[in-house]
Design a protein. Structure first.
Length: 310
């Protein structure tokens, strides 16, 4: 049984086709990344998954429970940390988590609430009113609310947006522990280094479609490879050398910084020879290993459908 099964989900908002037939499966125990630029459809997909919106076509199941026809069991199996800071200003942190427990029919849940607060550094704020908390503390409470009923599937929608380094480290330590204990994690984030270090597998959305779906290591090997960074003191990049879309040259105003993809180290000698023949003088030469950000830019600027989608 899969943790999440998404089949041909489509959603339109008036003239905007937010989702164009998204299909993907998240397996039990995976740490899964859902990436894409703003407006790609990530939050719409999560809203449908959480039962906050209805798909026009298609279906989503959480651990075999359809989110529409079997919504109670689907919702019990799911914990969602939303992007927006949504909270009730009239309760303390502990009261908020006890009330959230009550929504799932849980009594005497204080031991788990205490453990969550300890792992998210909320213990000292347990009796503080929600409206008195900083933005980072409120976000910690949102995470705690999503975990209060011990859901086997946890969805984190930009959980570290606008928060400090301490919270990011604390959160990932706790979430990684839950994943090791068998919880399935689905993460959306604009911090691509987080996705690269945490996620086993990644799906990339672009304009409402899945354009890449691979293991993280496979994506890095397949689309990234190595890169050669060049900075010139004089001359221009030869026309036969095509820089990546993430070319660094735009920043210095003289077009003399360039980033090129390498198939192997053997390419370095050929590229440097072409540059010298074109009259280029080098200020800096560096061979780099591409990261997930480089892959993301290549995929988002690539063909409409990535071959080998799996």
């Amino acid at each position: 049984m899969s943790a999440i099964e998404i089949r041909n989900v489509k959603k339109r908002y008036k003239d905007l086709q937010a989702l164009k037939g998204v299909s993907l499966t998240v397996e039990e125990g995976e740490f899964f990344g859902l990436l894409g630029p703003n407006g790609a459809g990530k939050t719409t997909l999560i809203s449908i998954l959480a039962g906050l919106a209805r798909a026009d076509e298609g279906s989503i199941a959480v651990r075999g429970h359809d989110v529409v026809s079997d919504f109670r069991d689907a919702r019990r199996a799911l914990g969602v940390v939303p992007q927006e800071l949504v909270f009730d200003p009239f309760f303390t942190v502990r009261e908020t988590l006890r009330i959230q427990s009550g929504y799932y029919g849980l009594r005497n849940n204080d031991a788990w609430i205490d453990e969550i607060m300890a792992n998210l550094d909320l213990t000292e704020k347990a009796d503080a009113n929600m409206r008195a908390l900083s933005g980072g503390m409120k976000r910690r409470v949102l995470v705690a609310q999503a975990l209060v009923h011990r859901p086997p599937v946890i969805v984190l929608d930009e959980p570290t947006a606008g928060v400090d380094v301490e919270l990011r480290q604390t959160l990932w330590k706790f979430i990684s522990r839950l994943n090791r204990e068998g919880h399935t994690i689905v993460l959306t984030t604009h911090y691509l280094e987080e996705a690269e270090s945490l996620c086993d597998r990644i799906a990339m959305l672009r304009r409402g479609e899945v354009v890449a779906l691979e293991r993280t290591s496979t994506l890095l090997q397949r689309f990234a490879g190595m890169q050669l960074f060049l900075r010139f003191t004089q001359g221009a990049l030869p026309a036969e050398l095509r820089p990546l879309e993430v070319e660094s040259g735009a920043g210095n105003g003289n077009g003399r910084q360039h980033l090129l993809r390498l198939a192997s180290y053997d390419d370095v000698e050929r590229i440097l020879a072409l540059c010298r023949a074109a009259g280029c003088a080098f200020e800096e030469i560096e061979v780099r290993k591409a990261d997930l950000e480089d892959v993301f830019v290549q995929v988002m600027n690539g063909p409409e459908v990535i071959e080998g989608l799996a």
